[in-house]
Design a protein around this ligand. Sequence first.
Ligand SMILES: [Fe+2]
Length: 169
Amino acid sequence: MNYLNINDKKLVPVVTEMNVLLADYTIYYQKLRSFHWNVLGRNFFDLHVKFEELYTDARIKIDEIAERILTLRYHPVSNLSKYLKMANIEEESPFIEDKEMVVCLLSDHKKLLEQMKITLDKADEAGDEGSVDMLGAYIGELEKASWMLDAFIKDSSDQLKKVNLERVS
Ligand SMILES: [Fe+2]
């Protein structure tokens, strides 16, 4: 029974893009586990914990994305070999320095945000409010996580942009 008030054909581009997002998140998740295990140096305690926090969040989102695809009455892609072919995100060596790990994750976040926006646009075109709502929340959360990683790699003397508060009368 079709319990959705959405035409199945309109959902094909949504599900296609959402499967790419699922593949991206899976590669990103495994990378975070690798970085959690292999990070070395004076930032070990901070990054070991932060990477665990990020992969725990990613694990939840992977399940939610797959179950959203099922809610839309399609099968989610579930093979690792297929994820590697589909994903925008690539694997990374575990033997890179701590700051390089953070830079790599920031680059992955950019790709995840891009894929989320593509998927959200398709969902919007299909009138799929449930997916729009889920992805909109994900975007805000990932942007916040990106701010924190970006702050980590900055020097304490760095400055963010300032808004000019002087009003022209
Ligand atoms: Fe652990």
